[in-house]
Design a protein around this ligand. Sequence first.
Ligand code: ATP
Ligand code: MG
Length: 291
Amino acid sequence: MDQAANLRRLVLEKKPDGTSATRTIVITSGKGGVGKTSLSVSLAIAIAQDGKSVTLLDADLGLANINVILGIIPKYNLYHVIKGKKKLKDIIIEVPEGIKIIAGASGFQQLANLDVKQRDEFIHSIAELANDDFLIVDTGAGISQNVLSFVMAADEVIVVTTPEPTAITDAYGIIKAIASQSNEKHIKLIVNRAQSVAEGKRVAQRVINIAGQFLNIKVEELGFVYEDLYVPKSVRNQKPFIVSYPNSKASGCVKVIADRINNKEIELNKGTGITSFIKNLLGHSNLDAEE
Ligand SMILES: Nc1ncnc2c1ncn2[C@@H]1O[C@H](COP(=O)(O)OP(=O)(O)OP(=O)(O)O)[C@@H](O)[C@H]1O
Ligand SMILES: [Mg+2]
């Protein structure tokens, strides 16, 4: 069964109540440790806070840790699904933060290298989850066939990078790998751990330019997230930063990104707090000026 066709079916189909279909968004990166998991959890919650139903799937088949960030110990996880002991729909957990999660199978290294049949069955079962507005998928880092399968299957892909040169180079690497399979893919970029608006924009622009020039693929700037001590602090507390520190700079950025994903731009000067502050900065920042 063609994985891409499977998720495309999921995207195109209407939900049972006739409303629009599930949007599938895969979050990935070239370099590891750039903040995919932290961002995907808080982003999923921010989208849910906007009134959408969201399932977050931990597809890091090796070092799964969405449940760790949420401070829960699931009884069943993807291991049981891939081993055929449970159905995907039976392991979905509703968390108090207002999203549903599908826990990954941490520590089961053999799952990081599914064979083609297992991967197809797994992706097939994901396609049966077409009840929500969003399915967000957190993947492991790097260019593995598993990650690429998820990327190619999804509607949209978000590549996360940090301003570090190694992360930027690796972001280019994963974009190149995606482009080599399809240049139709809708790639969006988040620059995490930016020190300033200008840095976030400059890094995004660099990736966008190189991808456009050398790969002939369009990458869209989705936004940036500030370097923020509340992010590691919330990881230590096992409570997502968007919930424990909703007024932090990182949370403000994630809310802006969630609104962009929902195509709901915040009107300039109309919001309050950090979200409108960042929105204003974005609206007026000069690309070349360092803050
Ligand atoms: N905006 C930020 N400001 C400060 N620290 C951050 C920020 N984003 C992420 N971090 C820190 O970076 C570390 C790695 O984050 P995370 O686990 O989310 O990365 P990842 O990309 O999912 O890693 P992996 O590739 O191993 O899956 C965490 O300790 C987190 O607290
Ligand atoms: Mg991760």
